[in-house]
Design a protein around this ligand. Structure first.
Ligand SMILES: C[S@@+](CC[C@H](N)C(=O)[O-])C[C@H]1O[C@@H](n2cnc3c(N)ncnc32)[C@H](O)[C@@H]1O
Length: 389
């Protein structure tokens, strides 16, 4: 087994972010396998081509690359095996034939996550127990089990119509955890979702970026990371680093190159919030990524948002009912935001993440040119794109 041996790799993302992920993957030179209509191994995403992620054949080096570079991916898994199992003995026997030794050291801690649908084996704890037994059979030593330990190797087992798919997590903590955001304001966006909004708005780091409701700064920080070509995973660990087959030199080469490829930018990033605590957190988060020098943070209400001469992108996630407050004052807030957009942001591309039609209507900036359906914090939201005229 070497760095060029091909494996089936699946990259998952939040529903709605697939186009951005596909674009990013293409930029990394990944040719996805359109014939595979698969879904995330652990969640119940709807089936269909590219729903919830993409699958392709790739090398270990590409697994490292995907984790290090993809901004919209939630996690990357490698398919270890797929077989039919309608009895526990069959499951254990077939699972013990898989090449566990590539990913798990004897005695290492593992967490087995199981989902079962329409299968004779439907008791997930019993399935997990047999898979643990299979690992022990293969490695001649029982793995330790753990639920929440960050350092465990996660194994994903999915049974659908008696077809068992076993995947090995390559990421460790979910990829939205870039490592820079230790402080969060109210209702923060996941970094992967913020990057997905920027991709959906076709933001490429070549124009000014404004976020008047920046909270902990996720959108402007992700924008500055794109503009400066800073790889999102540059400061974190990944599960693959603990594999017995981890090729440190291959990963180190890519990591060193990513550090060399960091660029400067003369674009401006303006991030405001009326909450002083949020601005302090956002500033600290930006400092941890090294982009604080690029972003101008300001503490003021949206009604005081300044005008900028050069048009760019205003991408934002204002408060909306369910996550922050259900106050009717929100309608006034959107009306006042809409007035600022109409008066001072002609020619700008504006992208707004919101769950409520009534609030979007209060903006009075006309119909959206494009609407993308997403999930944020467990609720359905829409990302609406406009050009202010
Ligand atoms: C949904 S949160 C934004 C979260 C942010 N995207 C993040 O990742 O942390 C909305 C933010 O709008 C701010 N806000 C509420 N009313 C405001 C107003 N009138 N002007 C400016 N900011 C306001 C809140 O303080 C809050 O931080």
């Amino acid at each position: 087994m070497n760095s060029t041996t091909l494996k089936r790799i699946y990259i998952s993302c939040a529903p709605g972010l697939e186009p951005g992920l596909i674009r990013e993957a293409r930029e990394l030179g990944i040719k996805r396998d359109k014939s595979k209509q698969t879904t995330d191994t652990v969640s119940d995403l709807p089936t269909g081509e590219d729903k919830g992620g993409i699958e392709f054949e790739g090398t270990d080096a590409q697994i490292y690359q995907c984790n290090l570079h993809l901004r919209t991916a939630s996690r990357v898994v490698v398919r270890l095996g797929e077989f039919y199992a309608a009895a526990f003995s069959e499951l254990r026997k077939k699972a013990s034939r898989l090449e566990w030794e590539q990913y798990i050291r004897p005695g290492q801690s593992v967490a087995i996550k199981v989902t079962c649908h329409k299968s004779k084996l439907y008791h997930s704890d019993a399935v997990a127990e047999r898979v643990l037994g299979a690992i022990e059979d293969r490695l001649l030593r029982a793995p330790k089990t753990a639920e929440n330990d960050k350092l465990v190797q996660v194994v994903l087992v999915r049974l659908v119509n008696d077809l068992c798919t076993i995947s090995i997590d390559t990421s460790g903590e979910l990829l939205y955890k870039r490592g820079y955001r230790q402080a969060v304001a109210k209702a923060p966006l996941r970094e992967t979702l913020a990057a997905g909004l920027l991709y959906a708005a076709n933001y490429q780091g070549k124009t000014p970026l404004v976020d008047p409701f920046c909270g902990s700064g996720t959108i402007p920080i992700e924008a500055a990371l794109i503009a400066r070509n800073i790889a999102p995973g540059i400061n974190r660990r990944f599960a693959f680093m603990d594999w017995p087959t981890f090729q440190k030199d291959v990963f180190q080469l890519d990591l060193d190159k990513s550090r060399k490829d960091i660029q400067s930018t003369d674009q401006f990033f303006y991030a405001a919030d009326r909450d002083r605590g949020a601005i302090d957190m956002a500033t600290a988060n930006a400092a941890r990524t090294g982009v604080n020098g690029n972003i101008q943070f300001a503490c003021h209400a949206v009604s005081d948002l300044p005008h900028f001469d050069i048009p760019g992108s205003l991408i934002t996630n204002p408060p909306y009912g369910i996550r922050i407050t259900s106050s009717k004052d929100l309608r006034n807030l959107y009306a006042s935001f809409g007035k600022v957009l109409r008066n001072s942001y002609q020619g700008w591309q504006v992208g707004i993440l919101c769950s409520e039609e009534a609030l979007m209507a209060a903006l009075e900036i006309g119909p959206a040119q494009k609407v993308i359906h997403l999930i944020n914090g467990g609720i359905s939201v829409k990302f609406s794109l406009f050009t202010i005229s």
